[in-house]
Ligand binder design. Sequence first.
Ligand code: NOJ
Length: 543
Amino acid sequence: MEKQWWHSAVVYQVYPRSFCDSSGDGNGDLLGIISKLDYLQTLGIDLIWLSPVYLSPMKDNGYDIADYQAIDPRFGGLEDMRELIAQAKQRNIGIMMDLVLNHSSDQHEWFKQSRQSRDNPYRDYYIWRDQPSELRSIFGGSAWQYDPQTEQYYCHLFADAQPDLNWENPQVAKEIHQMINWWTEQGVAGFRLDVIDLIGKQIDQGITENGPRLHPLLQQMHQACFKGKALVTVGETWGATPELAKLYSDPARQELSMVFQFEHAAIDWHPQHGKWQPQPFNVVALKQVLSKWQTTFKGDGWNALFWNNHDLPRIVSRWGNDQQYRQRSAKLFATLLHGMQGTPYIYQGEEIAMTNVRFEQLEDYDDIEITNNYQEKVVEQQSLSHQQFMQGVYASGRDNARTPMQWDASANGGFSSGQPWLKINPNYTEINVAAALNEPQSVFYHYQQLIALRKSSEYSDTLIYGSYQLLLPEHPQVFAYLRQYQQQRLLVVANVSELDQRLSFELKAKQVILNNLQQAKGAVQHLSALQLAPYQAIIYELE
Ligand code: NOJ
């Protein structure tokens, strides 16, 4: 397959509101991010995916955009954005902007115009109907909001303050393309496309995901915005199957570089209550799903690899052990992911094994998905009790990922000198960047080593382009796979449990490349009689 620069890239996601506050107003900002670029360079990443920093009423923390070409004053101004792009570039780091194209804020000028009158030139920028359908919003409640001024309903697949753009209207596509090109001119390296699988919707047929117009629209966008430019693009596609993922990311089809698929992220969801009542973690199911994705593409697509983002709970709390084995289990998940084929994404704080949070009061949570779903499931439908719902929030709520970044043990974790917009996780006194940088065996340095391996002359081809083969598919706790490129073979083996394991592989180790336990080299040399401690993970080079 034709090699692309972003095949070897490692991406770091910054959630700006929670990353670093330079002004003391309790919200992270662009100058704060600039002040941490040296830290990110030390980690070794190539790209920053910047969650939205555009002008926004922050109903959904920036995923409700009021102006795509302005920076929200909480974050700074356009000058700061240009400075961030330039300073990052000096460190060989590119910036990926987050494009929220399925909807805007109801404070966007287009929507303000659109709701004025039925014959306003912007009326058809949004989706208006005389009657609501049964369609539900992803944040709970109906997907239709009545607007008394013009006596019609508008469609919102998310909050009512996030009206869906009407991609049936070619004028919408034209304006969006111009906006994307403007950002490219500002020197960004690429884009992440929010819930992009919704833009081809056919609302009257009840089709929202993967609608018939989706791929034509993306091909059109590619022609207008991405073609011939060294940009990387990643789509957020909750409904992607391997076959669908090829439609987006097969280079021959000229749509996107890759997509985030979420099959693994939803393996423990409850059939009825989804993420609000997660089921026990099943290692075999995880292996099956990820291995399917690892073997899907034969030059006709590319994987985006991730455990975390701003919508998901922290991996170390979710499937690892965030108490006794916090560091070791975090390193295990890092090893499993970075050993795979695809472009790895690290979510802020993952590199120091930040954990989920538990606030006693519902009021301490900010996320609109939590508050709206509480209203629907606990108050209106009474399908979950308050206690059940809070358990769901502790396990899966999005604010688990959004508590402020823990930089040091000083007040507010060094995130802000003011009152943070969302409470910090009280464990910041122990879990923070300063502590991680001071400890040679920390999770941070493990991530740094994994990134360095992916870029090393010895192993990069195998890690980036090598084939993948799952071993021990039925083993209930061990996740093991081979990567091979020409004559080189690597074995990644991980004990995803608190039990000791004894394994026997008919393979010969040449050397241990990475081990998340400090051990004498000889201790794990013999693969025919391998003993793994709880959450131990090792990468071998084989004979
Ligand atoms: C997906 C984003 O990741 C999430 O944070 C947001 O709430 C929805 N899209 C709506 O934009």
